[in-house]
Design a binder for this molecule. Structure first.
Ligand code: BJ8
Length: 386
């Protein structure tokens, strides 16, 4: 198969060009590339299949104007940005993906996947149950994972056995434990690092190609942080207010929210998000007789607002506040994300019950609300007693 670069390749920045060349090389070496959008994607299947998986969630304002030529303006920026990257051919993983996996999560995403198909992409959508509370929910998700396995086996002409899945589950569990160990370092008082640095470190880890490389990168990082803390202490002053961030994925608002918060006297000690503690505390039962069911059960424990009766998130709130000695909670809602925005009512109730101040910020990826967000954050931090 002859691979071609996008028509406007020469207009891209050097970093992006590098990304395209790197992914093209992988494809030339015979690697299958799978794009994913959600923490519900059973990564054990992709790992067992020997496929390279890459997160495709858009985190940049840059591609939103082109997306808005097709999609409604009043839509979550993550969805618009992701679609914009596909239309403008600016993301190497989307461009070179052999397969894109989506799930029936929020309405905007599941409808956007249909439009991705119109761009000629092979998009496989898994039907996620609307709630994990029904007795049969795990069986439904198990069946969906089985169907995905069959699709992948046929498409890539491979076989995925239960033993391969079990081996991958062990590996993914090790990765989850490593991430959790890193997050738990922030329980120290004062914490060893700023939240923005922790995110940068995990972003780098996400681009490692094999799970083993990712585990090693995080474990090395943990050791480095621990020994540095012992020898030199931390750059974070004890007076910084310890903040939990919760809500929508925050990749697109790191600078506007996290950096502003930490420049104004706060430090993020816990991320209750998909990229944070929400997805690394629960493990797959590696020794279960039915490994497919064990994988299904683990994924359905993810406390995402797209689930009806998402008690997992509210149940964890008070514990996380205590364990990480949280002084205040900031909920970040991406514009037009109805599920997280409505669920915020319950989250606020839980946080206040735990006796901790709470605020909610509704944001998009643009710079237009930067001043207003900064004022809100400063006012919130000022009212926290420390
Ligand atoms: S498991 S958080 S990755 S669905 S796209 S729901 S922000 S309106 S991303 Fe998500 Fe999976 Fe849940 Fe995580 Fe709202 Fe935007 Fe929808 Fe979003």
């Amino acid at each position: 198969m002859t691979l071609t670069l996008p028509e406007r390749f020469e207009e891209l920045s050097d970093a992006r060009k590098e990304g395209f060349v790197k992914v093209m090389k992988l494809k030339e070496e015979g690697k299958g590339i799978v794009g994913v959008f959600c923490a519900y994607t059973p990564t054990e299947v992709l790992d067992a299949a020997g496929l390279v998986s890459a997160g495709l969630c858009g985190t940049s304002q840059e591609t939103i104007p082109i997306a808005e030529q097709t999609l409604p303006k009043n839509l979550c920026p993550l969805i618009k940005s992701s679609y914009g990257f596909a239309v403008s051919e600016k993301c190497p993983y989307t461009y070179f993906s052999d397969l894109i996996i989506g799930e029936t999560t929020c309405d905007g995403k599941k409808k956007m996947y249909e439009l991705l198909r119109d761009l000629g992409k092979d998009v496989y959508v898994m039907q996620l149950p609307q709630s994990n509370k029904r007795a049969y929910a795990a069986q439904v998700w198990r069946e969906e994972i089985k169907l995905l396995i069959e699709y992948i086996e046929k498409k890539f002409d491979i076989e995925i056995t239960d033993e391969m899945l079990r081996e991958s589950a062990r590996k993914m569990n090790r990765l989850r434990r490593a991430k959790h160990r890193m997050f738990e370092l922030q329980k120290m008082d004062p914490p060893p690092m700023y939240g923005i640095d922790m995110v940068k470190a995990t972003e780098g880890e996400g681009f490692k190609l094999t799970v083993d490389d990712r585990i090693k990168a995080i474990e090395d990082l943990c050791e480095h942080i621990e020994s540095n803390y012992k020898e030199n202490g931390t750059d974070v002053p004890k007076t910084q207010k310890r903040i939990m961030l919760t809500g929508c994925p925050m990749g697109g608002v790191m600078d506007k929210v996290v950096k502003t918060l930490e420049d104004s006297g706060g430090v993020v000690v816990v991320y209750d998000t998909c990229a944070g503690t929400r997805t690394c505390e629960d493990l797959v039962d590696e020794d279960a007789d039915d490994i497919l069911l064990a994988i299904a059960e683990r994924y359905l424990k993810i406390g995402c607002s797209v689930m009806h009766d998402n008690t997992e998130r509210t149940d964890n709130m008070e514990r996380l506040i205590k364990e990480y000695k949280v002084d205040g909670v900031v909920e970040v809602i991406l514009q037009a994300c109805h599920t997280f925005n409505v669920e915020a009512v319950k989250i606020e109730r839980e946080v206040r019950r735990a006796g901790v101040p709470y605020t909610k910020l509704e944001v998009d990826y643009s710079d237009t609300d930067r001043g207003q967000i900064s004022t809100r954050i400063e006012a919130f931090l000022e009212m926290i007693d420390k």
